[in-house]
Design a protein around this ligand. Structure first.
Ligand SMILES: [Fe+2]
Ligand SMILES: [Fe+2]
Length: 272
């Protein structure tokens, strides 16, 4: 029989997480202790029930988490006979399907660029023609590799397999759009020789994409893999192979060389 507490909890499950965190800030700490970083997500429009689905905790952990969240919201649930489930001690190893692994591998090159951005931004002199070319090289990498190659695979192929207006996909699309505005800002800053504006867009892009890639690798792709049938995985893999064939030959190798050229030397990374 449905009790008042479970009815109230069901209503809370449909609320968006940012509103809940505003009302019950301690929920952010509880979610964080399960590796769920809603506090750091800039959008926060996912409903609580969706967040639990996206993260797919083991049953015992999910029940304990729900009991703790309910208590934080002042909802006393009936006690269960089951012992409390363990809290996660370490991130779980994730196994991806082949096409999802392909996207994770593409992230690796993008993450090398993100790691190089602070030193890259510090070292640019926009009065120098050579440095303006280097800065535009970074813009070209983002546009050609991160956006037209990688994000296009997500937007034109992967996300289209998931109809129904999923909030998590909308968040990812918002991130892509924000990233494009940063890239336009970089290009404009180079043209205006505005060093500080360029650095602000580079670092803003780095912060955005670092968190975006973490969400995709740890939450989005595993959630998608759980929805896809083996036949749909094969179909996705073939669509990615076709996208790879349409890409400019040697695209990844060319940009890997660019990234190698701007990465700080090991000695600079680890000074004696
Ligand atoms: Fe993405
Ligand atoms: Fe991605």
């Amino acid at each position: 029989m449905e009790t008042c507490a479970t009815r109230d909890l069901n209503a809370r499950m449909g609320q968006n997480i940012k509103d809940l965190l505003d009302e019950f800030p301690v929920m952010g700490d509880i979610l964080k202790s399960y590796g769920i970083g809603c506090v750091t997500c800039a959008v926060g429009t996912c409903a609580l029930k969706d967040i639990l689905e996206y993260h797919a905790l083991p049953d015992a952990q999910a029940r304990t988490l729900m009991a703790r969240l309910a208590a934080a919201m002042g909802l006393g649930l009936a006690p269960t006979e089951e012992p409390a489930g363990p809290e996660p001690a370490a991130p779980r190893a994730i196994t991806y399907s082949a096409p999802m692994q392909c996207l994770v591998d593409e992230h690796a090159l993008i993450k090398r660029w993100l790691a190089a951005i602070p030193a890259f931004a510090r070292g640019l002199d926009l009065e120098s023609e050579a440095d303006r070319r280097r800065a535009l090289g970074g813009v070209a990498f983002i546009r050609a590799y991160a956006d037209r190659f990688h994000h296009a695979k997500e937007e034109d192929i992967l996300f289209t397999r998931f109809a129904g207006g999923h909030e998590i996909i909308r968040v990812m699309l918002d991130d892509h759009a924000t990233g494009r505005r940063h890239v336009q800002g970089m290009q404009d800053a180079v043209a205006a020789r505005a060093r500080e504006a360029l650095a602000a867009h580079l670092l803003g892009y780095r912060d955005l994409l670092t968190e975006h890639i973490r969400k995709e690798d740890e939450i989005l792709y595993p959630w998608m893999d759980r929805q896809l049938t083996p036949a749909e995985v094969d179909d996705l893999a073939e669509a990615f192979r076709q996208a790879d064939r349409r890409a400019a030959p040697g695209l990844a190798d060319r940009f890997a060389q660019f990234i190698e050229g701007i990465e700080p030397s090991p000695a600079a990374r680890h000074p004696a």
